[in-house]
Structure formats: structure tokens, C-alpha cells
Design a binder for this molecule. Structure first.
Ligand code: PLP
Length: 432
């Protein structure tokens, strides 16, 4: 893409931006859902990424090997299942900014969050608080709450939520750092999202981690909306642990297998409490079926069960596309594409005497990824329902927010332009 073209709200401009986009051809690697007989405008890559056309072959290969080998596939499949997860660390490490030994693909997101909290939320009498964002994704809230109860503590005392100031849409970054300081001596863990699922705010992971460490707490992140969307340097930033799902930006398919990161300084520590399973045990002696757990000194040591091959195969199809496109290029295009969306939305507002919508995602591109959350002033739900009939797949959040996410792998500038036209038409229609 060429940032030298200045934006205008015209089809010509959108098409020019597409022509100059070096990632343009990646769209052909995905199935675009058909609505009303034509390719839809798909803006929910933050919810369920589209299917890579190669995914079926990757999964079929494993089904074939299962058919041909049965249990022998563990050792004789084209990619032997016993070591199948070895295909992943290098690819995943590039996406989250980690060393290969710091990442593992396993389980589901909420499961991984619990497993990592077992190791890294270890409250004492004096240090027991968790500092998190207000309105975290519900599953995360339930996880925090139940972990606190599990340790015999009171969630009302132990969970400290940092939220936006009265009358504002997102959290003032300095408020997070101040909350961490304020609860310094009592805080065991700082646990934030990378990007908030509702308003799309990207947090400063590096600054939050530093502030947490300065008060002697550990720091982890739920990267559900960040992995595959924004630039991450988990190792460099010294993050203690992180987890993410892969079915959103990472296109691994419904409820695809999830990821986890554990910083290098923790992976050798066999004294860390953890819930153990046989797939985390030393590979040399795993099949001796001994009694003593001997954890693998990498993130693999947190694995419980043997690898979910079919789900991993679909994930691999997408990871290979990420490797080809390059995370750096994707982040750059994603920011530019969403900047174009924000520009178009501003142009819509200018057609009316009073603003008809408000972007509640930070405009500054250091504070967001691809997602743009739009608050509609009037008729939000009705407009959303009509958008769908016009071939726009976006996502509705009560009471009045539409989340629109153009993703760099398969969305075009033209999608953004067409969305703007349809939205403006509907707003005029409903306000008439
Ligand atoms: C999507 C999402 C989840 C979903 O959890 P699963 O365990 O994958 O069902 C959890 N937390 C956050 C922050 C999310 O965005």
C-alpha cells in the first residue's frame, strides 16, 4: 500500500489504494462468504476469521493419514502426530514477538487463561490483588472471579478494575499505570487484554508490564483481539505470560486451538506450580509412563493433552499464509485500512448538521488495531439489521455499537468505501 495517496471518499480512490496494496492478492487465498449472490463485505475477522482455501487440504491430509495408518499415524503420518506441535513455535513466535521455546499451541483460550493463572496468580496474605480492565470480555471476568474464589479470597477486595473516566469512551493510559502504583504492595498480578473487544482500544503492553514489575507484581495479557492484529514483542517487553485464541484474526476456524506464551525466565522453573499432564512431560521418558512429572523446559511443559491434530492442521494453513505475508506488512496495512474507515466515517458525519455517529475506538493508530467501533446516535439496531440485508457482515454490541473490522489479509479498501456508502444511505433513509 502506498500512504502517499491522500484519502478521498470515492470509488476511484479506494480502487487506487487497492491497486497499490502489495498484499492485495492475499484475498484470493480465502473463501469470501456469498450474500445475495455476491461476495459480502466481511468485517468480522475479529470474531471469526475467514477460511483459507488451503485449510481443507491441510485437514484432509491428516484425515487421510488417519485412514491409512490408524494409530501408526502418531509416528508414520507425513507429519507424525507425536511431534506435530513442533511445526508451530517458529510461526507463532513471529506473530507475537517471542522466542520459539516461549510459545505453545494448545487447548482453548479460557482454558489457557486458567492454566496460566494457576502458575502466575499466587496470592499471599499481603499480595492478592488482580488489576484488570473494566468490562473485560465476560469469560475473562468469570475466570478472574473464580480464580480468586478458588484461593479463598473475596473478589470484591481482590479484583481492581480500571475503566474510562466519566463521559469518555476508553481508558486513559496513564490511569492504568497510576492504578498499578496505587495498589502496589497489594498487587499479585496485572492482567489486561491486549486490545479491548468492545471499543478496540490497544493498550501499551510494554508500559503496563514495566509498571507491574516495578511494584513487584507479575504481568500477563489476554491477546484474543491482539494476536495477528497488532505488533507484539512479548519477549522484549518482558511480559510474564499471555494467551490468545486463533479463530479471530488468525483464521483457524470455529473454536480452533489456542495459544500461550510463557517468558523464557519462567520456562525452566520446574518449581512453578502448574496443573500437569503427560504432554508436558519430558519427551524422552514420556512413554515410560513413570510416576514423577518431569516438565519440558519450554512452554510445552504446560501442555496437558496430546495434540488436537485436525484443529492444529487448520491453524497451520493460516499460519503459513501469515508467514508469507509477514506480520510487519499486515500490521501496517491494517492500520492504514482502518484509518481509511475512520476517514470515511468522518466524511459521513460531515454530510449532516449534527454528528450521526461516533467512533469510540481511539483514533491514534498506536492505540488501536484494525477494529473500529461505531456508536450510532439513532436507530442503531435497525440500521445494523439493514446492513446485513445489503451484504455487510459486521457485529452488533448492545446498546448501540457496531464493530467493523477490515483486516489486511482479505479486506479491500473498496470494501470500506462500499460500507460507507451503504451506511450513509441507511442513515438518511431512517432519519427521513
Ligand atoms: C473471544 C474471547 C474469548 C473467548 O474465549 P474462548 O475460551 O475462546 O471461548 C475470551 N476472552 C477474550 C478477551 C476474547 O476476546
Amino acid at each position: 500500500m502506498n500512504t502517499s495517496i491522500s484519502f478521498s471518499n470515492t470509488l476511484t480512490c479506494a480502487q487506487q489504494l487497492d491497486q497499490q496494496d502489495s498484499l492485495h492478492s492475499f484475498r484470493d487465498k480465502f473463501y469470501i462468504p456469498i450474500v445475495n449472490g455476491k461476495e459480502c463485505y466481511y468485517f468480522t475477522g475479529n470474531s471469526l476469521g475467514l477460511q483459507p482455501k488451503t485449510a481443507q487440504d491441510y485437514v484432509l491430509n491428516e484425515l487421510e493419514d488417519w485412514a491409512n495408518y490408524g494409530t501408526e499415524g502418531y509416528f508414520h503420518a507425513r507429519n507424525p502426530w507425536v511431534d506435530y506441535h513442533d511445526l508451530f513455535p517458529n510461526l507463532v513466535a513471529d506473530i507475537v514477538g517471542a522466542l520459539p521455546e516461549e510459545v505453545v499451541v494448545m487447548n482453548q483460550l479460557t482454558v489457557n487463561l486458567h492454566l496460566l493463572m494457576v502458575s502466575f496468580y499466587r496470592p499471599t496474605q499481603d499480595r492478592f490483588k488482580i488489576i484488570c480492565e473494566a468490562k473485560a470480555f465476560p469469560s475473562d471476568q468469570y475466570a478472574f472471579h473464580s480464580q480468586v474464589l478458588f484461593h479463598g479470597l473475596n473478589p470484591a477486595d481482590a479484583i481492581i478494575e480500571v475503566g474510562p473516566r466519566e463521559g469518555t469512551d476508553y481508558i486513559e493510559p496513564s490511569d492504568i499505570l497510576e492504578a498499578i502504583k496505587k495498589h502496589g504492595n497489594e498487587t499479585a498480578l496485572v492482567l489486561f487484554g491486549g486490545v479491548n473487544y468492545y471499543n478496540g482500544q490497544l493498550f501499551d503492553l510494554k508500559a503496563i508490564t514495566k509498571a507491574a514489575h516495578e511494584i513487584g507484581a507479575l504481568c500477563g495479557f489476554d491477546l484474543a483481539h491482539a494476536a495477528g492484529n497488532v505488533h507484539l514483542e512479548l519477549h522484549e517487553w518482558d511480559v510474564d505470560f499471555a494467551c490468545w485464541c486463533t479463530y479471530k484474526y488468525l483464521n483457524s476456524g470455529p473454536a480452533g486451538v489456542a495459544g500461550a506464551f510463557i517468558h523464557q525466565r519462567h520456562i525452566f522453573n520446574s518449581q512453578l506450580p502448574r496443573f500437569a499432564g503427560w504432554w508436558g512431560h519430558n519427551r524422552e521418558t514420556r512413554f515410560k509412563m513413570g510416576k514423577e512429572f518431569d516438565p519440558i523446559p519450554t512452554a510445552e511443559g504446560w501442555q496437558l493433552s496430546n495434540t488436537s491434530i485436525l484443529s492444529m492442521a487448520a491453524h497451520k494453513a493460516s499460519l503459513d499464509i501469515f508467514a508469507e505475508a509477514g506480520m510487519h506488512n499486515l500490521v501496517k496495512k491494517g492500520k492504514h485500512l482502518s484509518a481509511y474507515l475512520i476517514y470515511i466515517l468522518d466524511q459521513i458525519n460531515q454530510q449532516f448538521e449534527e454528528a450521526v455517529l461516533k467512533v469510540i475506538t481511539p483514533i491514534n493508530d498506536n492505540e488501536r488495531g484494525c477494529q473500529v467501533s461505531i456508536q450510532l446516535k439513532q436507530h442503531g439496531r435497525k440500521i445494523f439489521d439493514e446492513l446485513k440485508k445489503e451484504g455487510v457482515i459486521a457485529d452488533w454490541r448492545e446498546p448501540d455499537v457496531i464493530r467493523v473490522t477490515p483486516v489486511p489479509l482479505y479486506n479491500r479498501y473498496e470494501d470500506v468505501y462500499q460500507f460507507g456508502c451503504i451506511l450513509q444511505k441507511l442513515i438518511i433513509q431512517f432519519s427521513a
